[in-house]
Design a protein around this ligand. Structure first.
Ligand code: AGP
Length: 613
């Protein structure tokens, strides 16, 4: 969850760390800090609040020094205050460390270290690790790298850490297990970060660290990598595909709005080279080698969290409908702990924007250990989940910075549609003409999404009417049921309005009791197959005086007459409708949040990448 950044080179570290922290802030934003090592002296500043609060506290002062570390935190152990903010120092303040993850056995380690006379200043697990490293150095005389390695052998849990010491002022030690870490290699300089966003401005050459690796970066000897069991590894240098413009706001007030508006492009990019509607083909290079497993699967299990779980639910409808294979959709966090029945003919599809979600990663590892074949649908190249899976496809949505997922969701739906169409076609479960029609329609989706974005102003006006309500209900049927869930999640997470998504017909089994004139109801009413049923559901809601906001297909006159507010979107095939119908719901959540003065891109208590379970 937290963001970490380190620098060693010839420039002043401070501005690089400050900018890096701003880029990583989406990962966690309850406190921030940095430490610079100069002439053998460590200078540390840390503050509760945003990176801006830290920089204000530093008050424009540039701390000289060409080596330093910075951290932006999403609290796990200890309240988000100045003291618990990273970096943390060891007992004698010689070692400074930043950490993303959780040291699960920290209390046993703390007890042991306390017995040896060490005292602690914070409530964090990270401080324990700093002092453990110091203790190992004291007892063994080991250099920093060796001491870090030995300490990590005693640690249970997840970590990405960067460690510096005033005794070795020309070195940075970095290590990872379970939390991401990437090293940027420039001319006489190195960068370490949770993702490539603080690095891309300076170099495109990167090394993605693997689990249980420890990197030593020295001004004299450059970069070397070992495992925590002391095996030497050769760093594998890759070229970054990321561009600087992709991680900037580009004139939009918020990343979320920019990302909503990027969807015609991100959906097209996710199809590029894969969908050829004219030739009537879908090719997915990343799954080619394991495609037989998908074709012969007894069952597909989709694992994911949050918005990606909603994409999985649409995936269930798609694969069952088009490829006639049974699908189960699982919350990764439940799946990993409930001893699931899995066999060789089961295929697991893990869906994750970040590719780092701890529960999804653990679900993948569990399924793999039980012999299932794992496919991944991830957005971040080099991410842990994408490297753990047997095969998969990247959604080419580009970096998603707003904590509320938008363009990653529609890109995931695009990929799931392509997969289901290809498998269904190969299995012969979709009639040829239907297949060709769906390919042609999928090719038109980016244009339809662009058209849908024109509803923005109307959605904003509707949001104005409802911005002070306390509850919202979202209803949908069939392919639009997961969209109702997603609309409710978007509203909850960024505007802090309580919202529920429900299958429209299920509403009468309970939630209908909540409905009155103070409970606006958003109805997704674009389905052709259940049109009459949706009309019935609208009647049921109207009879209880709810105000209705209906999302309808262009030209719909019946539902438009019944609803209090109507948002018209282009008609499309039912299988593809979630990609279009979610757009006004994203816009609605966005405008509600802005009108209520909420922090759209960094909603309270959340973080973009949930690397703790
Ligand atoms: C989405 O708006 C949320 N912030 C969150 O639910 C997210 O989808 C979830 O944490 C899963 O993340 P992932 O796709 O990176 O695995």
């Amino acid at each position: 969850m937290c963001g970490i950044v380190g620098y060693i080179g010839e420039r002043d570290a401070m501005p690089i760390l400050a900018k890096g922290l701003q880029r990583l802030e989406y990962r966690g934003y309850d406190s921030a800090g940095l430490a610079i090592l100069s002439n053998g002296t460590l200078t540390t500043h840390k503050r509760a609040g945003k990176v801006a609060d830290l920089l204000e506290h530093i008050n424009g002062e540039t701390i000289p020094g060409t080596l330093g570390i910075g951290h932006t935190r999403w609290a796990t152990h200890g309240a988000p205050n100045d003291v618990n903010a990273h970096p943390h120092e060891s007992f004698s303040r010689t070692i400074s460390i930043i950490h993303n993850g959780i040291i699960e056995n920290y209390s046993a380690l703390k007890k042991e270290l306390s017995k040896r006379g060490y005292k602690f200043r914070t409530e964090t697990d990270t401080e324990i690790l700093a002092t453990l490293i110091e203790d190992i150095q004291k007892n063994t005389g080991a250099q920093l790298e060796e001491a870090v390695r030995l300490a990590l052998n005693e640690v249970i849990g997840a970590y990405a850490i960067v460690v510096i010491s005033d005794a070795e002022p020309d070195k940075i030690i970095a290590a990872r297990k379970g939390s991401p870490l990437v090293i940027g290699i420039g001319e006489h300089e190195y960068f370490v970060a949770s993702d490539a966003s603080p690095i891309v401005e300076y170099t495109k050459n990167v090394v993605y660290m693997n689990d249980e690796e420890v990197a030593t970066i020295s001004r004299v000897d450059g970069l070397s990598i070992k495992t925590i069991r002391n095996q030497v590894k050769t760093p594998y240098i890759e070229e970054l595909e990321l561009n600087l413009e992709e991680i900037e706001k580009g004139g939009f007030e918020h990343f979320m709005l920019k990302e909503i508006y990027e969807q015609p492009t991100s959906i097209r990019d996710s199809m590029r080279g894969r969908l050829n509607a004219r030739a009537g083909t879908v090719s997915l290079g990343g799954i080619k080698d394991y495609e037989k497993k998908l074709l012969n699967a007894d069952r597909i299990i989709m694992v994911a969290c949050g918005t990606s779980w909603h994409a999985a639910m649409v995936g269930e409808y798609l694969f069952e409908d088009l490829a006639r294979v049974p699908v189960e959709v699982e919350y990764a966090s439940e799946f990993r702990y409930r001893n699931p029945v899995l066999g060789e003919n089961d295929v697991v599809i893990a869906i994750s924007q970040s590719g780092e979600t701890a529960d999804t990663l653990a679900a993948v590892q569990l399924a793999k250990s039980r012999g299932a074949t794992i496919f991944g649908i991830c957005n971040v190249v080099g991410s842990s989940i994408s490297r753990e899976t047997h095969a998969g496809s990247f959604t080419h949505a580009g970096p998603e910075i707003g904590v509320a997922s938008t363009k990653a969701f529609t890109a995931q739906l695009t990929l799931l549609t392509l997969m289901a169409l290809r498998i269904g076609h190969k299995k012969g479960t979709i009639p040829e003409s239907r297949y060709q029609t769906l390919l042609a329609e999928l090719d038109r989706i980016p244009e339809k999404v662009k058209e849908t974005l024109k509803t923005d102003e109307k959605v904003r006006e509707i949001a104005e009417t409802f911005s002070s309500v306390r509850n919202f209900l979202y209803l949908g049927r069939g392919y639009n049921f997961p969209v109702a869930l997603e609309g409710a999640l978007k509203l909850k997470e960024i505007s802090y309005i309580h919202a529920e998504g429900y299958p429209a017909a299920e509403m009468k089994h309970g939630p209908i009791a909540l409905i009155d004139d103070d409970m606006p109801v958003v109805v997704l009413a674009t389905n052709q197959s259940a049109y009459d049923k949706i009309i019935n559901n609208i009647h049921e809601v109207k009879a209880r005086n709810a105000r209705i906001i209906a999302i309808v297909s262009k030209g719909d006159t019946v539902i438009s007459e019944m609803a209090d507010y109507t948002i018209e979107i282009p008609a499309t095939a039912e299988q593809l409708s979630p990609i279009v119908s979610v757009i006004p719901l994203q816009l609605m959540a966005y405008h509600m949040a802005v009108l209520r003065g909420c922090n759209v891109d960094q909603p309270r208590n959340l973080a973009k990448s949930v690397t703790v379970e």
